[in-house]
Design a protein around this ligand. Sequence first.
Ligand code: HEM
Ligand code: HEM
Length: 190
Amino acid sequence: MENSHTPLAKTIHWTFSILYAYGIFKQVEDLEQLDDASLLNFEILFAVVFLVIVMLRFFYMKDAKTLLGAYDEMHKGHLFIAKATHRMVYFSLIMLPTTGLLIAGIINAGIPGVGLAIALHEFSAFLSYVTIAIHIAASLYSRYKGEGVWNAMVPVWREDSKKNSNLISTLEDIENKIYDKIEERFINKN
Ligand code: HEM
Ligand code: HEM
């Protein structure tokens, strides 16, 4: 049985994380900065490259199994929320460059609406922080329980086996109740 993401999937995951961090840290501080035509052009180029890579990645990963490395079979409700979180991450990563390009388009065309485009851009940045923070917290939680999911994507600080303790059993009981509810509500609707 497959228990690790492909080397290409891992390479994309980690090089893209660097590109995302770069995009966030080098962010435009305010609209006036874009009076500089070379900065504006660079931003546009960066946004296009970022968008193309996100789309290629999305199509490459679309059919990969979620929570692939898990030693035990995962609850359907668990798979559902993990997949939903990944989709939300993708949504925010597509919205970020798209709304950035919208800002550039409005500036170039000299039409009104740049305030709204900036608000959408800021919202996209906020959404990416929240969804990626949830994603990283969930990965660390899974690592703590030693489920195997971490090892399938992260090449460092490997986990060795499934951990068991009273605390983990209690947490898993709570999780299973939540996953049952999610399955009932979103998967077995009929
Ligand atoms: C310390 C940082 C991170 C850790 C520990 C981490 C961990 C993981 C793990 C374990 C998986 C596999 C989940 C599965 O098999 O279903 C995964 C997948 C994924 N990660 Fe991360 N991740 C991190 C940072 C990021 C960042 C910064 C992004 C976005 C820019 C991201 C986006 C994704 C997405 C979209 C997936 C689903 C698979 C895919 O489409 O590539 N991750 N991550
Ligand atoms: C992948 C590409 C991009 C990323 C990752 C990105 C990221 C960000 C982030 C994180 C912020 C701060 C938002 C906040 O305050 O919460 C920001 C602000 C901003 N970005 Fe981008 N951006 C991208 C592309 C663009 C493009 C193409 C333009 C326009 C040419 C642009 C114009 C702006 C402007 C004007 C602001 C400042 C908004 C303000 O006045 O507060 N961005 N960007």
